[in-house]
Ligand binder design. Sequence first.
Ligand SMILES: Nc1ncnc2c1ncn2[C@@H]1O[C@H](COP(=O)(O)OP(=O)(O)O)[C@@H](O)[C@H]1O
Ligand SMILES: [Mg+2]
Length: 237
Amino acid sequence: MARKIVITSGKGGVGKTTVCCNLAVQLARQGYRVVVCDLDFGLNNADVVLGVENRALYDVLDAVEGRCRAKQALVPHPRYPTLYVLSSNRVLERYVSPQAIRLILDTLAPQFDYILIDSPAGIEDGFHRAASCAEEALLVTTPHISALRDADRVAGILKSYKFTSVGLVVNQVRRDRRRSGMLSPDEISAALRVPLVGIVTEEDKIFRENIVARSRAFRALAETCADLPNQARRKRR
Ligand SMILES: Nc1ncnc2c1ncn2[C@@H]1O[C@H](COP(=O)(O)OP(=O)(O)O)[C@@H](O)[C@H]1O
Ligand SMILES: [Mg+2]
């Protein structure tokens, strides 16, 4: 049964889609069956980041409104045979209820290991729709002060959802961090009171390619995410 993980932030542009898609690729490379579900209806671009934007015949709205089955709305990735994208490029401003999306994801869940849900920035309806479709959450932030303030707000809101786990990914960490005077990922984790599960440095490569298949940071993030249920079990003992 798929673990459903929502990728959230507070501020836009901090790397939710980048983290979501790269994590999905790494999990698929490790043999897991993965769906990337794009619930950022306003600025949906997971299909573009994964390079499948011209391959979609249906999107999530078609599945919700019964024009296709849930499975038919999945776009297979040409390079990674266990990776699929559920895009939302035709949803536009239509209202789609969280229950309708949950139904689609529940239909898909038995056939996959992970459903990664890319969510919109902010704390409006779209965020709540995405959050209410998941059982776990990853909070993405950069070390910039404006991102941290928004992440703090979201971290508080995430506590009101009964997630089985919430993990922090600090993205765009500068290699010259000490000189720039920015907080370290550990300091950010302590301030937000969210356990750190991944650190991604600021990379020219990510700017150019979106998906960095050989990224050590994303591979480590995938390994940590895959181990989270075991960690939780160990803690309970
Ligand atoms: N670690 C990184 N290094 C360099 N550029 C990055 C990194 N993470 C994200 N970006 C770039 O930042 C921009 C915003 O990222 P994106 O994932 O679209 O953010 P969000 O989904 O949170 O709005 C994109 O152009 C992306 O390529
Ligand atoms: Mg995005």
